[in-house]
Design a protein around this ligand. Structure first.
Ligand code: UFG
Length: 330
């Protein structure tokens, strides 16, 4: 019997890619998802256990039934703007959910967790690239909640010997190169899928949020990392923790920054379509630059992103986007 791994949010974007990577590495991914923002069809590599993170009894029941070697914890709300408008929703769902999960893990004796953290814990950094030692000064409720969960893990590690990895994703993008899963957010707020929809004339032209930043072309710089590379990092983090190597935080980015205009140009090049763009005001809370120094993940986990050049990210996202548009028409 393969080792089971519980994947909260296994029906979501990054969670479903992680399930595929786990299955490829010989684990049995057990998705735990309430399907409020996830999709049943994306659970393809192991069983789906429907349930809410807030439901501690259900969580404990699922943990006892599957006896997972570890938990990958993705389930969370992810929209920064929404977190500013609805802070209680974000603290309750994200922080409350993590608390409930940690309690159920303690109750059932599951002592290893890989947590989906974010570059948003760094806020508006003074310099890039960012190392894990840079200060965590998040600037919105989403990022503050993620920092709080990181701190919860640190406290629980000190008190009870929990083994954890906090994986700080930069900009997750792209889709499974085999086309078996991809990004399906509603509403979609992320740059690359919105640019591709604009290329398909599905939805509005892209609004570029500000071109007067202090960057070479005036638009914000981000570090885009392929979702399948992120998924692979989770497999490596689980293996590392189960082998008894130390807990800690890891930046997951490519180390390369691209401006919004460079992303739009990559989308034009890959799709061969003109991209209708209008320039709008800045979006509140967007730092001008976020770029990772991913050396720690490379050195301690042996992580080597293989699909994270911008054209591969856009090409895989485009294949998925065309399929989704086809599904929407049929
Ligand atoms: N952008 C636009 N127009 C759009 C959408 C985005 O110009 O319609 C710009 C944004 O201003 C930003 C860049 O494209 O400069 C990337 O924006 P995304 O919304 O795709 O991603 P973010 O960098 O805002 O957010 C991502 C994750 C969050 C996470 C954050 C960490 O989606 O979950 O990184 O900083 F919190």
């Amino acid at each position: 019997m393969p080792d089971a791994i519980l994947v909260t949010g296994g029906a979501g974007y990054i969670g479903s890619h992680a399930c595929k990577a786990l299955a490829g590495a010989g684990y049995l991914p057990v998705a735990y998802d309430n399907l409020s923002r996830g999709h049943r069809e994306l659970v393809r590599w192991g069983p789906l256990e429907e349930g809410d993170l807030a439901d501690g009894r259900r969580l404990a029941e699922v943990l006892r039934a599957h006896r997972p070697a570890a938990v990958l914890h993705f389930a969370a709300f992810i929209a920064v703007g929404e977190s500013v408008r609805e802070p209680l929703l974000y603290y309750r769902n994200n922080v409350g959910g993590a608390l409930s999960l940690l309690r159920a893990m303690e109750e059932t004796g599951v002592g290893t967790i890989v947590f989906s953290s974010t570059a948003a814990v760094y806020g508006d950094p003074e310099r890039v690239p960012l190392t894990e030692e840079d200060p965590r000064r998040p600037v919105n409720p989403y990022g503050r909640g993620k920092r709080l969960i990181e701190e919860l893990l640190e406290d629980q590690a000190a008190a009870r010997g929990l083994r954890y990895a906090s994986l700080r994703y930069f900009n997750a993008a792209g889709a499974d190169p085999d086309g078996e899963t991809g990004e399906r957010h509603d509403p979609e707020t992320h740059l690359i899928p919105l640019v591709l929809r604009a290329a398909q004339r599905r939805g509005a032209p892209l609004t570029l949020f500000g071109d007067d930043y202090d960057t070479p072309d005036g638009t914000c710089i981000r570090d885009y990392i392929h979702v399948s590379d992120l998924a692979q990092a989770h497999v490596l983090a689980v293996r590392s923790l189960l082998a008894g190597r130390p807990s800690g935080a890891f930046n997951l980015g490519s180390g390369e920054g691209y401006s919004v205009r460079e992303v739009i140009e990559a989308c034009r090049r890959v799709t061969g379509e003109a991209i209708p763009v209008t320039v709008g005001p800045r979006r509140e809370g967007d730092p001008p630059r976020l770029v990772a120094d991913p050396s720690r993940a490379r050195q301690q986990l042996g992580w080597r992103p293989a699909l994270s050049d911008l054209d591969t990210i856009v090409r895989t996202a485009w294949t998925w986007c065309k399929r989704e548009a086809g599904d929407a028409r049929s």
